[in-house]
Design a protein around this ligand. Structure first.
Ligand code: ZN
Length: 499
């Protein structure tokens, strides 16, 4: 161990303490802080994250990274630390260019916009949110000008969420989906039977919590390294692989929402819990690629969770925990969770029409950052695209443009990650079946542990050390393609709808 390396480790430990507090404040703000206590939390969070940012972009950090990337020091590092140092140097050079006051303004605007968005959504009034959205857009453009001066803004944003992705690649993938799925959904809808009334009625939220716990345990979420909180919008965050937290919500007339949110967030959490623990508290230790992350949550939620066989070994148990399920035949439940219909809300959409919800948002973001469509025109553009892809128009803004929190946090370029995740899933499913055999058999016989172990070994263990395209190439042996996902949809839904 060189002296410089030791000094660097000490410095990282200090930064981690600030980051730990920032994460904890964020968790508390979302799960426990009362409304009037929020501003003080926002101040504290801004303080700690600005301190961490200042240390990460300090002259001292710059000198240490320059020293560690010089051949004499670099060659002595382990492969893991070579990756970490290289990535940190890249982040450092990018972040160093951001003036501290611009960064602080962004963090503050983010917190404010987040709070205003909640109110605007409650009142279904986009005009309250519009000025804050404008501010987030302006600050995002400004920040990107510092971090990625050579990149077009939207491509820079895509790359920030899914390293190595750009709009040319995504255009190609999404065009394939549009070409194949628009006519396919029309065929399905022509065959659609009336809505299934099976899941109507009252479902005790306390019983839903028990079902959630059963599901999390079943798919492999470890309780000694994780916990569950309650928020309106479910999410997952992690301190390290040993402390991963997720949230859920419980609607007493809609048990599917908590069930599928649990499986989805559980997928994210299982990823984080199974990263090589050597990477804890480093940038390698948590998956930084949103598409790759979503590929895991969506693999559990859709590829496994919307498969009939997933439920066979546990369906009776669910009936014991949530008694109304005793009167719902598994076949009705299966139909319900794969009921394809054009709907307003992304998070409630079936897995096929979900693609259109993302394509719409991707095109909206291109309109914002490429065509500079003014924020006042966005609701109309939203409604126009809803008509184009889903043939419905929202009755109000809460169920339209205000439904997602992402833009309030400045998370532009995030939405495509969800669909990229599903695209990777089509490919991962092919490879998993080549290596482990028929997924239906595995699920039917309760061998979900084998699937989780496979994902642990193929994807999770590597954390951030492989970029998404690299990870997919390493596991599947081919370039990213939307064809396996299309094939999966066609096979599954042709059977369900007898096409
Ligand atoms: Zn997710």
């Amino acid at each position: 161990m060189s002296k410089l390396y030791e000094e660097f480790q000490d410095y990282l430990t200090k930064i981690n303490q600030y980051d730990h507090i920032t994460t904890l404040l964020y968790w508390d703000m979302k799960t426990g802080t009362p409304r009037l206590g929020q501003p003080a939390h926002v101040d504290a969070l801004t303080y700690f994250s600005t301190e961490s940012f200042a240390m990460s972009t300090s002259e001292k950090m710059g000198e240490m990274l320059a020293g560690l990337t010089a051949p004499a020091e670099f060659d002595a590092l382990t492969d893991t630390w070579k990756f970490i140092v290289k990535e940190m140097k890249r982040d450092y050079d990018r972040n160093k260019r951001i003036p501290a006051d611009v960064y602080a303004a962004f963090v503050q605007a983010q917190a404010q916009a987040g709070n205003v968005w909640v109110e605007a959504k409650e009142k279904s009034d986009y005009s309250l949110f519009a000025p804050y959205l404008q501010k987030m857009i302006d600050l995002t453009i400004e920040l990107t000008g510092y971090t990625d001066p050579d990149k077009e803004v939207y491509d820079a944003l895509l790359d920030q969420h899914e390293a190595g992705m750009d709009s040319a690649t995504i255009d190609g993938l999404f065009d394939t989906l549009k070409k194949e799925l628009i006519p396919f959904v029309k065929e399905i809808l022509a065959r659609q039977k009336p809505e299934n009334p099976a899941l109507k009625g009252y479902f005790d939220p306390n019983c839903q919590r028990k079902v959630q716990d059963l599901l999390l345990d079943y798919i492999g979420f470890r309780k000694d390294a994780g916990s569950v909180g309650e928020t309106e919008h479910p999410f997952t965050l992690n301190f390290s692989s040993k402390d991963v937290r997720l949230t859920n919500h419980y609607y007493d007339h809609n048990p599917l929402s908590s069930i599928f949110s649990a499986i989805h967030e559980g997928g994210h959490a299982i990823f984080e819990q199974n990263v090589n623990p050597e990477y804890d508290n480093t940038i390698a230790g948590s998956c930084r690629y949103m598409g790759l992350h979503e590929s895991q949550s969506r693999f559990y939620e859709n590829i496994l969770g919307r498969n009939r066989n997933f439920w066979l070994p546990i369906y009776d148990k669910i009936g014991e925990l949530l008694p109304p399920f005793q009167d719902i035949p598994l076949e009705d439940f299966y139909r319900e969770i794969n009921y394809v219909k054009n709907s307003l809300i992304r998070v409630n959409a079936d897995e096929v029409t979900y693609c259109f919800h993302i394509i719409l948002r991707y095109e909206m973001e291109k309109a914002i950052f490429r065509d500079h469509v003014p924020v006042s025109d966005l609701p109309a553009l939203w409604n126009e695209k809803m008509q184009e892809y889903l043939q419905i128009t929202p009755q109000d803004e809460a169920n339209g443009i205000l439904q997602d929190m992402h833009w309030s946090g400045g998370d532009f370029g995030y939405f495509p990650s969800y669909l990229l995740g599903s695209i990777y899933d089509g490919m991962l499913l092919d490879t998993l079946q080549e290596e482990l055999g028929d997924v239906n058999e595995l699920l039917k016989t309760g061998k979900i542990g084998e699937i989780t172990a496979w994902l642990n070994q193929k994807i999770h263990w590597y954390g951030s050390t492989r970029k998404p395209k690299e990870a997919i190439m390493a596991v599947c042996g081919r370039e990213v393609s939307a064809e396996p996902l299309v094939r999966y949809f066609k096979q599954k839904y042709s059977e369900i709808y007898k096409l």
